[in-house]
Design a protein around this ligand. Structure first.
Ligand SMILES: NC(=O)c1ccc[n+]([C@@H]2O[C@H](COP(=O)([O-])OP(=O)(O)OC[C@H]3O[C@@H](n4cnc5c(N)ncnc54)[C@H](O)[C@@H]3O)[C@@H](O)[C@H]2O)c1
Length: 238
């Protein structure tokens, strides 16, 4: 059931998006001392169908053992390898305002293989401030900082107006993966990956589902109303 880490695999984006969920559940099981897990149990923990889970894991070359399921540690390692988490990813954050500070202060990234190595902000008042052991530098220091310890992932947490310029500078020095929090659509060369995080979009999607649920709850009443808009009991009462 083991996968060759050296093989470059074509994994569908939807599967890649579910792999961190599988990994999170496997880490929880490992913490509880669980050694093996069936596809049904793991699927239930993540909230997907077991057929979906088996199909996702088959993309990693991981098929489990009939009657035993998957070894928790082995599967966690395979997923970590597929996601590139068995290597260290140096991260730089540009824009050390409210969001930048919150991201830089979060210690959980390190355990997942993301090491924050550089913090940049052009505000003179922030220069030299140390967050989790890393000093904030002016953004013009990027090329020198990158030459010293190459940055793999650039996180943009500046206002939208500055985002494209910041992105261009990151790309110029050779950063090929960008996580953009600014509400701006960035244009990048084909070999650069940009992921945009937008809490407003997520909230809007939640609002849509909440509204759908509320409308669904009203439907039986609406359906029971006649063309005069009254329910049968209201009609009888008059
Ligand atoms: N994606 C989300 O869900 C989400 C949530 C909150 C905020 N945001 C966005 O994240 C960004 C930051 O939000 P915030 O509340 O931390 O803002 P903020 O104003 O507190 O911080 C922005 C920081 O960027 C710095 N900055 C501006 N231009 C710069 C440049 N060219 N180079 C280096 N540093 C520069 C500023 O000095 C400031 O410290 C905004 O674009 C905001 O809209 C996104």
């Amino acid at each position: 059931m083991s996968a060759d880490p050296a093989v470059r695999r074509e994994i569908p984006d939807a599967t890649v998006a579910r792999l961190p969920e599988y990994l999170r559940s496997l880490s929880r099981l490992a913490e509880q001392g669980v050694l093996s897990v069936s596809s049904e149990e793991l699927a239930a923990a993540v909230g997907v169908r077991s057929a979906q889970l088996r199909k996702d894991l088959s993309h990693l070359g991981s098929y489990g053992v009939r009657g035993v399921g998957y070894e928790v540690d082995t599967l966690a390692l395979e997923i970590s390898r597929a996601l590139g988490l068995t290597q260290d990813w140096p991260v730089a954050i540009v824009g050390m305002g409210n969001l930048g500070h919150a991201l830089a202060s979060y210690s959980g990234f390190v355990t997942k293989g993301f090491r924050i190595v550089a913090l940049f902000d052009d505000e003179p008042g922030l220069r030299g401030e140390v967050v989790q052991g890393v000093a904030i530098q002016p953004f013009r220091e990027l090329p020198a900082r990158h030459a010293l310890d190459p940055i793999s992932i650039g996180v943009i947490a500046t206002p939208a107006v500055a985002a494209q310029t910041v992105c261009d500078r990151l790309v110029e020095v050779g950063v090929r993966s960008i996580l953009n929090f600014a509400p701006a659509v960035l244009s990048v060369p084909d070999d650069v990956d940009v992921r945009r995080v937008d809490l407003s979009t997520e909230l809007q999607i939640l609002a849509f589902h909440a509204q759908q649920k509320a409308l669904g709850a009203l439907e039986p009443v609406a359906a029971a109303r006649g063309i005069d808009g009254r329910t049968p009991s209201e009609a009888v009462a008059t």
